[in-house]
Design a protein around this ligand. Structure first.
Ligand code: NAD
Length: 309
């Protein structure tokens, strides 16, 4: 059980706005959203949730009810910050900025407040290194788009207490998320370690001339990618048998990419300014229409998968 009412989301960018919406969807919580930049975050949240309304998953009246529980401020000395029970930080991915933010918050918030960072890759132990109350600091990694993707990884730092980690697991369940506990503070936590092991091999297959980028992606989309939401890797290994899995690994692992550096192909494309959607070319060429279609098809797919709509 937890005793949390006032939630502060620190940073009202892409992630912060959606996290604020998620937390405000439970009437137990009053949410303050802070940013250094003056803005109207509610308009952004309305835009982000439009697809949910259009698909009949939530009504616009319900969205407005949630929005009423979100209060935006640019004043770090606002009384809501002093009264915060829980902070979820979502500012730029920069160690110095994050450390400074938590130092400022530690001086202002109560001695019981829990501090969370939404950093995608930075270590919660490192971010909290100079804080006084490190045991109340924990990583909480939402995935983009945070209002749709259920997973939140709760990452224990070298000082986080079990009680604080469990409190965050309970809170994320209470807002309808699927929290998972990462017991060790390791780069990439759980999800991104697996995701980038796959990306490394995908890039390697292209680099080695085994197949082109479109073929690699098709091989995923039309095979194990289809199965993954229903049959995850370790369930799959159990299904086919660990003896078979062992034999496959004996044959194939020694040939897979095991580089500890980013791929030379990735570096070359980056240096040539082929950065993906933002330069209309990465591993493949992308027109603006194709880029928009891929993004909108992704949200439609997620809504269909998650809400059967
Ligand atoms: N974008 C993603 O896909 C994604 C996914 C998971 C986690 N994350 C993590 O979430 C965090 C935020 O990412 P984002 O994509 O929302 O970034 P963003 O650039 O969209 O938003 C960052 C916000 O922080 C504000 N900000 C910067 N410095 C600040 C300060 N000192 N005090 C208060 N506000 C400040 C900025 O004004 C901006 O509104 C990062 O740590 C990122 O790694 C991002």
């Amino acid at each position: 059980m937890y005793n949390i009412k006032n939630v502060l989301i620190f940073g009202a960018g892409l992630m912060g706005k959606n996290i604020a919406y998620v937390m405000a969807s439970n009437p137990e919580f009053e949410v303050t959203l802070y940013d250094i930049k003056e803005q109207d975050p509610k308009e952004g949240i309305r835009r982000n949730t439009r697809e949910l309304v259009e698909n009949g998953i939530i009504t616009s009246e319900e969205v407005e009810k949630h929005l009423k529980r979100i209060h935006f401020t640019t004043d770090i000395d606002h009384s809501a910050i002093k009264n915060t029970d829980l902070v979820i930080e979502a500012v730029f991915e920069d160690m110095d900025i994050k450390r400074k933010v938590f130092k400022d918050l530690e001086e202002r918030c109560s001695k019981e407040a829990i501090f969370c960072t939404n950093s995608s890759v930075m270590s919660p132990s490192e971010i909290s290194k100079n804080l006084k109350f490190r045991e109340r600091f924990v990583g909480t990694h939402f995935w983009n788009p945070a209002h749709l993707i259920p997973l939140v990884e709760v990452i224990k730092s070298d000082a986080t207490t079990d009680n604080v980690a469990q409190t965050m697991m309970d809170i994320f369940e209470a807002v309808g998320k699927k929290p998972v506990l990462c017991r060790k503070d390791v780069p990439g936590f759980i999800g991104n370690r697996m995701q980038h092991a796959l990306w490394r091999e995908a890039v390697y297959i292209v680099e080695q001339g085994i197949a082109d980028a479109k073929t690699v992606d098709d091989a995923v989309k039309y095979s194990f990618g289809l199965r993954l939401p229903q049959l995850a890797p370790l369930e799959n290994a159990d299904m086919v048998g660990l003896d078979l899995t062992y034999n496959i690994h004996k044959t194939v692992l020694s040939d897979l990419c095991d580089s500890h550096e980013p791929s030379p192909l990735l570096e070359k494309l980056k240096d040539e300014g082929k950065l993906g959607f933002k330069s209309n070319e990465g591993f493949q060429k992308w027109t603006k229409d194709e880029q928009e279609r891929l993004s909108s098809d992704l949200n439609k797919y997620l809504i269909k998968m998650l809400y059967d709509k």
